[in-house]
Design a protein around this ligand. Sequence first.
Ligand code: KOT
Length: 820
Amino acid sequence: MTELTAPKSSVTAAQFADEIRNELKYTQGVTPEQAKPADIYVATATAVRKHLMDSWMKTQQDMINGNTKAVGYLSAEFLMGKQLRNALLNSGLTDQFYAAVKELGFDAQEVIDAEYEPGLGNGGLGRLAACFIDSLASLGVPAFGYGIQYRYGIFRQEFDEDGRQIERPDYWLTNEDPWGHIDYARDQRVNFGGEVVEEDGKRVWKPAWAVRAIPVDYMVPGYESGRVNTLRLWQSRAYDEFDLLTFNKSEYLDAVKPQVEAENISKILYPEDSTEVGKELRLEQQYFFASASLHDAIRVFYGDAEKPDLTTFPDKICFQLNDTHPVIGIPELMRILIDEYGYDWDTAWDITTKTFNYTCHTLLPEALEVWPASLIGKLLPRHLEIIEKINDQFMHELADRTDDEAKIERMRILTAGENPSVRMAYLASYAGSHVNGVAELHSQLLKDVTLRDFSDIYPAKFTNVTNGVTPRRFMKLANPGLSALITEGLGTDKWLEDLELLKNLEPLAADDEFVKKFAKVKYDNKVRFADFAKAEYGFELDPTTMFDTMIKRLHEYKRQALKILEVIATYADIKSGKVKAEDVTPRTVIFGAKAAPGYYLAKMTIQLINNVAKVIDNDPDVKGKLKVVFPWNYNIRVAQMLIPATELDEQISQAGKEASGTSNMKFALNGALTVGTLDGANVEIRERVGADNFFLFGMTVDEVDKMYEGNYDPAKFYEADPRLKTAIDMVADGTFSNGDKETYAPLVSDWLTKDWFMTLADFTAYHEIQSQIETLYADQLEWNRKAILNVANSGYFSSDRSIEDYLERVWMTGPLPTEK
Ligand code: KOT
């Protein structure tokens, strides 16, 4: 038996330098003298992978040979961020790396910067998947992440001269990807199209075309666990076969077309976040990775046995459906069991329902995926038959359980009528063993509103698992200063594995010396971010001003508009002299956000923010008092720099719209105070850090509902608050568009006539909380005390805790046994 990698590697810096030299020579064919930082990066990554190899193989062996059920996390997105520093940390090679690179004559930062960030996700959902696989490995739970290796990740965002978002392709694989191992020998065939025929009394799918799914394996090393799991991302390739019978000169191009198109499946990540796309290619992507992953799991656990006993499948692995994107996996597993392995329907159903669980990540009706049955029928005819049968079975089951016919009708998986469609969330809620939301409030609203009928009939299925974030990346790597201070304060670094230990920092919030050290760390992080922003974006930031940050996808419900309107109103207050310059708390307001390329109002909001930034910047009257910056192309790297430097965190979505939020957790853990609504996980953060240490404002879910019922009229709020009126008038009158009144007219009109997310209704409350924020900020010792209390009381928001909750409430499994 090979030993698991020791938590802190015993390799010396000199040995590690030799390993890097070795890779340079034997893998890349360059001498240390010829090498560029990018070469050192690739050599280091290759060396680190080799360090992890034994543990990786052993983890797989232990998983296959043991009795611990594994977890398959099926997700269309894994927003991993850069890998090098994380892999070094988790393999205990960080110190050796810095020393070795120095010995080789390179600048470590340049080596780290040579890695291109893989952006294989849109935002919260994809980043959560990345945090979860880190925690699974760190807890020693055998697990696979299954997804797609998109050739183009989330677009690279630029701004044009007018402040408009431009999307550029993110061709992240232009350079070598030393982390991903392409495993050609473990490919899977994924079929599409064609028809279903009757043969010997059986339904037989005769597909029209197929693609080759090739796994690209990424090691997922646990922190100090000695375990290394696998992230298996599928690439689609063509088969080198085409229909030679129909092939003649004139049909050549037609004949190769499917081959050419096969590779489109994994070509691009859809840049929509929480909005429905409904495109054929998207369904192809979903089926592609769901099908390949299920077949792969069968292969992993049963080898190539012709007649494996798949009734044991749910004891080997359970699959978590990360929202509805992989839900087509449900009829796919049914099909595999019935058509490929000959099981009867009931046995297949029993296996399938035990295998899947479903996490819902939204409350927005438009984000709940619904596929036209006609499209499913065209692409996956056998699956449509199976879905029809599942729906029939479901209708019968419901008839046994309730007399409420209207309810039964409402719950249809396959809708009735002329153009039926398939509701993926309903399919998952019926077929899955467990259904969970991602924060207490969200899970409650799922039960009360979105999936109410389902929770009435199947109350035991529903549970909550509040999201979490990995402290390894978002504290240790992102905030070394704070991490060192925490370790000093606690006298141990065990908090990185048991984040609840942060609780023991609480008494130190009363210790002025500790508070000053904490304030110094925050200030240093601000300086570090200012330097970064200068180098990267050319921004001039003053680290003595309050850093007030709003980073998240640009979406109306998240209400970036609320923030920018408040900024405009403050700007007007200073200009008009209503607020004396000396009474202003100097602020730097920092935005980071990408908008879906087709999301008109979101893109207009980006343009507005950029132009407000410009106008303010060019106005000497507010110099030193107010500044707005919008670093473009917000990504994980920027998040890791910005979150530790932030003092005030904006979580200002309309109550009842943000399922959870996870940056709110990262900010609290990095000692920012939150201004926020009672939405998503804000509710739980506030409960834990204490109401005195959280700036709450705005309507509650109930108040929002009442206001909708009362025919909400935003214009009333515009008339009632002169500051709001001034701000909107300035947007309308061309102050931020060189006098052009048309530029923002659609946005202004939306605010005044629709304002679906009630930005205007919450504006006054949002302004009022600002004076409390500024009063507290004036007392730096008090502010930092509260920031420490945020850190101390946020240990619950570790993704390790989320995973433990899943293990206990949903997956019913645990870590692999450790050897004595
Ligand atoms: C995307 C498409 C369909 C349905 C939901 C989504 C989605 C939801 N994408 N990102 N989310 C976010 O997921 C995070 C992790 O659970 C949450 O913290 C956040 O509130 C969601 O908006």
